[in-house]
Design a protein around this ligand. Structure first.
Ligand code: SF4
Ligand code: MG
Length: 317
């Protein structure tokens, strides 16, 4: 609720003024139990930072994170550690997130050991069971990361994130480094696990077709803010925000000759250091009104559970 995270980008060249990168600039949304909330936007829009705020890897400047009605910033040490186990993250790059010198058994069992959830033979048993759940075999425990393909390594990462039995999992571009065919397998695994175990996911991606495949609800992020959110079907059948529409127009079609690049959006992605006044999308918006240059639009409902922040839809109040 109202999340903000600014990073200091060093001091300004002239004088003492600090330069802040407004990576996340007032973001509110809710995820629902057993569902996937897809968070989509171009790279640099702050999606990953939202994931880190939710998982407690960063503390926000403002705003609060509630988990089952509990404000997670207010928890004390022990409760926070317990909460941490309930919220896990799977990152983008399978290659760099596993220690190359660590046996898979050790890597996947590690969260159990640091959290003192299991010891000795019990760790081995649980690692074996977890690997089976992600489609790997017991003998894989005694191999090193380099002996696996990218897709298998991402299965290992998922096993490591899930072994402590979390309820909420942040998946940050979990398939972006993979080939398309492998990507589909991992996405299906992620969905299967949710069906079997009831996980709630925040699925972060720059790829709308991936988001469409996995999400129950979708939030579209632009330069640190969520500009539109809706149930998946609603968003894809009736996108309202000009940015959402532009993203959809840029999604590759099945016919490769009709493939249109994202560069169709006029203008560069503005830097989060110099966020445009008014609607932050106005320099690239083909439908911008005069008011868009001065007044920041607020979120207004445009349908059942569908919100948009845009003056075209009356978000100027
Ligand atoms: Fe475009 Fe204005 Fe809507 Fe922003 S508020 S998306 S500039 S029409
Ligand atoms: Mg990212």
């Amino acid at each position: 609720v109202g999340l903000k995270k600014y990073f200091s980008a060093g001091s300004g060249l002239w004088g003492r003024r600090k330069v802040f990168v407004k990576a996340v600039d007032g973001v509110s949304f809710e995820g629902r139990q057993g569902e996937t909330l897809g968070l989509v936007g171009e790279s640099g829009c702050g999606k990953s930072t939202v994931g880190m705020l939710l998982s407690g890897l960063h503390r926000p400047e403002a705003g609060r994170v509630f988990y089952r009605g509990q404000d997670i910033m207010k928890l004390d040490g022990r409760e926070r550690r317990r909460m941490r186990r309930n919220i896990q993250v799977v990152f983008q790059d399978p290659q760099s997130s596993l220690d190359p010198r660590m046996l898979i058994k050790k890597a996947v069992g590690f969260p159990l050991e640091v959290n003192r959830l299991a010891r000795g033979a019990e760790v081995t048993r649980r690692v074996e069971a977890m690997l089976a759940e992600v489609g790997l075999r017991p003998e894989h425990m005694y191999r090193y990361p380099h002996e696996f393909s990218g897709g298998q390594r991402q299965r290992i990462n998922i096993a490591r994130a899930l072994i402590t039995g979390p309820q909420f999992v942040v998946l940050d571009e979990p398939t972006s480094a993979l080939d398309v065919s492998v990507q589909a397998q991992i996405l299906n695994l992620i969905k299967d696990l949710q069906r079997r175990r009831g996980y709630s996911y925040l699925f972060i991606s720059h790829d709308l077709s991936v988001i469409r495949h996995v999400s129950h609800r979708v939030a579209v992020m632009y330069l640190g803010r969520i500009v539109e959110s809706a149930p998946r079907r609603q968003l894809f059948s009736a996108p309202r925000h000009p940015y959402t529409r532009a993203l959809m127009a840029a999604v590759p079609t099945p016919d490769p000759t009709r493939r249109r690049p994202l560069a169709l959006l006029p203008g560069d992605v503005p830097s989060p250091v110099h966020i445009p006044p008014g609607c932050r999308f106005h320099p690239r918006c083909s439908e911008a009104l005069d008011v868009c240059r001065h007044v920041e639009p607020t979120e207004v409902p445009v349908g059942s559970d569908h919100w948009v922040a845009c003056h075209l839809w009356g978000g100027g109040a």
